[in-house]
Design a protein around this ligand. Sequence first.
Ligand SMILES: Cc1cc2nc3c(=O)[nH]c(=O)nc-3n(C[C@H](O)[C@H](O)[C@H](O)COP(=O)(O)OP(=O)(O)OC[C@H]3O[C@@H](n4cnc5c(N)ncnc54)[C@H](O)[C@@H]3O)c2cc1C
Length: 461
Amino acid sequence: MHVPFLIIGGGLSGLAAALRFARFLPDVLLLEKHSRVGGLNSYYYRNNRLFETGLHAITNYAPANTKDAPLNRLLRQLKIKRRELDLHQQIQSEVRFLGRESLLFSNDFALLDTQIAAKFPGSHTCFQRLLELIENYEPFRPAPFISAKKVLQETLGDKLLVDMLLCPLMYYGSSLENDMDLGQFVIMFRAIFLEGMFRPGGTIKDLLDLLLDHYRKHGGSIRTKAAVSRIICSGKKVHGVKLADGEEISCDYLLSTIGSDETYALLNKPSPLESLPRLGFVETIFELSPETVLQGSENRTIIFYNSSETFSYQQPQKLVDFASGVICMPQNFQGLPPSLFKEVRTTHLASYDEWLKLRADQPSYNSAKEDTALASREVAEKILGNFSKNIVYIDTFTPLTIERFTAKKQGAIYGNPVKIKDGDIGYDNLFLAGTDQGFLGIVGSMLSGVSIVNQHILPRL
Ligand SMILES: Cc1cc2nc3c(=O)[nH]c(=O)nc-3n(C[C@H](O)[C@H](O)[C@H](O)COP(=O)(O)OP(=O)(O)OC[C@H]3O[C@@H](n4cnc5c(N)ncnc54)[C@H](O)[C@@H]3O)c2cc1C
């Protein structure tokens, strides 16, 4: 079989790339290892109910009239109408450093600005200078690493404020331990604080189905349960792929969205990239009965918390670091119809290596998962009030779960800390998109898929 354009990976970057290409030519085939698309942001069924694997909130909210906003540009590139998405904005989120300070923010930036003026009066003028820097910075220009932490410390001069601003941006978009590149900081600051967060009215399945429907309408093809086991190439030219069942498919152009090291492995080449620690996470879903009232959450959509003196964003030495994390209430978005269940979702940093030690011993692994859910619930209850008696169902994903279901090396959601921003991994007709190209999150990974097709594939046709 021969196809002009072949894509490995049916996550959000692969789907967006496939749809973008199919708008011009239907000769595109998307290969996904699993039975379902979505990758890191997919869904599964338990007790006849659909659970989202990843979705807390989508960043980069933009009103319809901001034509140049990333969300609106993305929708235009994919020819999807805003009303097809049914966008619901967050109510209000919070950065809470327990016993120290709290900052509220929403999709109206004035809230965060007022909070900083009231709680960090000595730094408010400096914060305006930071905003000017963010407004004028060109984050997509190739540049050597600049430490965002250092720039923030120099600009704001208040360590607590620096940590409180970095906490949500790191949790939702940093593959690097304890710092961010300034460009990535600017992207994430705009995405979370200046633009804001939303979710679609339906589930992630509805969003994935919408993308698939559009893709198929343009004539694009997809194969699930089609794991690529090898990329066939000679020198710098790729000829096609070999699937796990032995079938070979040749192509003119190949796009890989599975990660840089993962792609080098399919090429049977050692990765030339520097090896830095990858960040692992555990995620626990607490499904609650509909009558649950979360006393302490007061309609918060997401709470980014930290309970230790210094905010640390790094791979822990133990299974899980509960000192900081994310607590999300996915029902707390404006205008969502009342759902049959409520949820609390928690995220904490976790060590892949420590979880790996338990893999061979299933009872110990299961009991560590139970302990994790218990400890995470206790942390969340300190903030939300007691909800344990209302729990209907609990599930915990470890870095091993994420590795198993997405083939992401070490289950690292944000992939390799070394990013390949132009998607060029040194081959004539093979390019990289998605997490390891450097755009993180749902909108980021979709923009990545679209921009690599625009930059490298469409101009060559
Ligand atoms: C628990 C969790 C919570 C998250 N919460 C949010 C959130 O609230 N908001 C947000 O914006 N983002 C969130 N994210 C991040 C977001 O999901 C990702 O950044 C984004 O989906 C990455 O998409 P991708 O296409 O780059 O990669 P992936 O989703 O990893 O897609 C790669 C795909 O390639 C497939 N694949 C791998 N190897 C092969 C092979 N050999 N052959 C064929 N197919 C292969 C995989 O199965 C996968 O489907 C979350 C992620 C997780 C795990």
